[in-house]
Every structure is written in C-alpha cells, then in structure tokens.
Design a protein around this ligand. Structure first.
Ligand SMILES: C[S@@+](CC[C@H](N)C(=O)[O-])C[C@H]1O[C@@H](n2cnc3c(N)ncnc32)[C@H](O)[C@@H]1O
Length: 384
C-alpha cells in the first residue's frame, strides 16, 4: 500500500521508524510502499490541526511529564467520556467513534475508539520537551489511557503527528507501512482499518453521516468518487443500490484498499471500478470521453503534492475548478457532495449562489465530532 492518506499521505517521510515489522496479519496488499500518493496533510485529524501545528495551544510544560494530579484528572476525564460516548454509540449502533479531543490543555491528544482499540494522536503543541522527556511522558499517557479505558497496553496505537511516527505504545515502534489490518463495522458494512501503517486509519469517522446521506440517495444511480482514498464512499453507494461506482485516486495502495473494502462487502463486480489517476488530469479527459454520472463525491485533501501529479493541490484555490468540472460530468438532476477539512475555507460566491447548492455541514458532522468542526460539506444538485 502506499500513500498517505492524509498526510503525506503517503510520503515515506512520514514513517521514519520502520524498525521491526510487526508479526501481524496483512490482508491488504502492500505493494506500493508508503511513498505513493502524495502529499501534504490531507486531513488532519480533524480540523486541520496537523496541518498547522502553530495553531495548537502552546502549553507551559517543559518537564516532559505531567503532575500526578493532572494524570488523575486525565484518567477521570477519559472514564467519563468513555461512559458518555460509549452509551451514545451503543444507542446509535456505532462501534468506532471519537472519545477525547484535546479536552484538557495538558493532554493535547485525540483518541478514537475502534472496537476495543484506541488510536491516540498527539497534536503538535510547541512544547519544549526533549526526545527523552517526551518519550517518558507519552509512555505514561498511553499507560493512563489503557488503564482508564480498561484495555491492554497493546491496544493503544500512537501517532505523533508532529514527528510523523507511529507506534504501538506497548513499547516497540511498529510503523512504516506495516501493522495489523483489522475489520470494523459501520452501519452494517465492514471496513479494513490499520492504526499503524499510515497517519490515518483508512476510515474517516467524521464522515460517517455523509456516507449515510450518500447511501440514502444511491439507489439506481451511477456514482463517481474523486480522491476516493480507501473507497468508503463507494462501499456506501454500492450498499445503497448504486448501479456502478468509479473510485479515482492517485494512490495504488489506497485503490487496492478500496477494492478490498468493496470485496469485503460483496461488491467485487465489474460495476465497481477503480482508476489510478491525478484527479485534475482525469477530469480533463473525462469531459472529452463523455463520461456521465448521477452522483459524485468530491472530498479532496486540503493540500497535496506528488510526483504523480502536475502541480500542487490547494483546495481553497482549486475548489472552483474541481467543482465545476465535476458538475459538468453529472446528468440532469445529479448530486455532488463536496467536502473539505480546511479550516477557514471559503466557498466561492459563484458556487454558493448556485440554486441547487446548500451547505450540509450541520447534517454531516456527527455528535462525537461536534466539539471541533472537522469538515464542512455542501450538496449541489444539477438542474433536472
Ligand atoms: C482526504 S483523502 C480523501 C478521503 C476520502 N474521500 C474518504 O472520505 O475516505 C485524500 C486522498 O486524496 C488522494 N489524492 C491526493 N491528491 C490527489 C490527486 N491529485 N489526484 C487523485 N488523488 C489524490 C490521496 O491519495 C488520498 O487517498
């Protein structure tokens, strides 16, 4: 596999620590290597914080350790959150969700729960810790997480977004394109997830409601998934009765992952295709080839660059072109879901004024992400 999901998506530079491949299962192919794809942080954990470390709140925390009282407070907060979100998730039938999002300034972390495993992402803070202090602190944090959530230390997987390393916090580094692929369920569908191989897990939980909205509109429609990543939107569309899906992405690794996700859900048929291409190039060519779709998802990274694409993607600058080109490929009455994680994003006035355009962020951001808006989304309908 390769690329990056979001941050470098891919870039090999994201995982300096390749030591010791873990002795885990790898149902997903790993032919590509992580260097594929591209980029610059596509989607920081929410909100884009990983893309702009300078936005994080600096904390006066130079010792490399938090006080015992702070750790107690952290443990208590985790237990409280686990009770609250656990009950909420159970009611909703959700098994993967956001558990903690920088609630306490002394612990600038994001914790996502994946059916008994925790993806712990440390946000860049500007703290003045030495590597050794940081290491000690992080080990203590991971241990506190495991105790509070009543899971084994091996079930805590840490991503340091600033340093771009991954590890299982049991002690050994395990990142670098390896790690265990495991299956989680969402809305009756199944997805491969990996908390070690890349900065992101393979399933962006903040879009679970967007995926549900797409599914509800997919019956009998053809669907185009641009910047498809691991194909979760394609799986939902297929599950909603789409007649076909086409997933376009720069990364062979992610497209292979998408193929596996489709197959896992019984959609390994010629109707569900993947194309490895730079979306900019593909959109230009698709116009001439007369491709048409009824539904499209356009969920680009905020920024991206790769050897495989001609220039740099900057969603603020490029969204007008991307949206217009995609709309040209839609049949009358077609629907385009557009989403971005870029904080401070401004939708072009001309597009906002389009009759069929409405912002759907309030409907797409799930409750467990509502503390910090992770994305904005729009639904644009072409005239029927
Ligand atoms: C933000 S993720 C897309 C998330 C996806 N829509 C989802 O919700 O699962 C970014 C994806 O864009 C892909 N990508 C980045 N630049 C690209 C380009 N110019 N053309 C095609 N894919 C690109 C990356 O390989 C990565 O899979």
């Amino acid at each position: 596999m390769s690329a990056p999901a979001r941050p470098p998506e891919g870039g090999a530079s994201q995982s300096p620590e390749r030591a010791q491949p873990a002795n885990h299962t790898h149902p997903l192919p790993r032919e590509g290597g992580r260097g594929e794809g591209s980029s610059i942080p596509a989607r920081p954990p929410e909100g884009g914080a990983s893309q702009s470390p300078e936005r994080a709140q600096p904390v006066n925390h130079t010792e490399g350790s938090s006080s015992p009282a702070q750790f107690r407070e952290f443990g208590n907060r985790l237990r409280k959150n686990a009770r609250h979100w656990g009950k909420w998730a159970k009611r909703q039938g959700i098994t993967c969700y956001r558990l903690y999002d920088r609630d306490l300034p002394a612990f600038p972390l994001i914790l996502d729960w994946y059916e008994g495993r925790v993806h712990l992402q440390e946000m860049a803070t500007g703290w003045k810790q030495t590597e050794a202090e940081h290491e000690i602190w992080l080990q203590a944090v991971a241990a506190a997480v495991a105790v509070a959530l009543e899971i084994g230390p091996d079930a805590v997987f840490t991503t340091l977004r600033q340093r771009q390393q991954h590890r299982r916090t049991g002690g050994q580094y395990q990142g670098g394109g390896e790690g265990e692929d495991f299956i989680v369920q969402e809305a009756g569908l199944r997805f491969y997830v990996n908390l070690e191989a890349h900065l992101d897990s393979g399933l962006f939980l903040d879009h679970r409601k967007t995926r549900a909205m797409l599914r509800a509109r997919a019956q009998g429609r053809s669907m185009l998934n641009l910047f498809a990543y691991t194909g979760s939107f394609s799986v939902y569309a297929a599950a909603g009765g789409a007649t076909s899906t086409l997933s376009v992405d720069l990364s062979n690794t992610y497209l292979e992952w998408a193929r596996h996700n489709l197959a896992l859900n019984g959609f390994q048929t010629p109707a569900h295709r993947q194309v490895r291409a730079d979306v900019f190039t593909w959109l230009r060519e698709a116009q001439g080839e007369g491709c048409r779709f009824d539904l499209a998802v356009l969920d680009p990274p905020s920024f991206s660059h790769s050897k495989k694409m001609a220039g740099i993607l900057d969603v603020q600058r490029d969204h007008v072109w991307l949206i217009r080109q995609t709309l040209h490929l839609l049949n009358p009455g077609g629907l385009l879901f557009f989403s971005t994680n870029l904080r401070d994003f401004d939708l072009d006035q001309g597009i906002a004024a389009h009759k069929g355009c409405r912002e759907i962020t309030r409907e797409t951001v799930p409750e467990d992400y509502a503390r910090r808006r992770p994305h904005r989304a729009w639904l644009i309908e072409t005239r029927g």
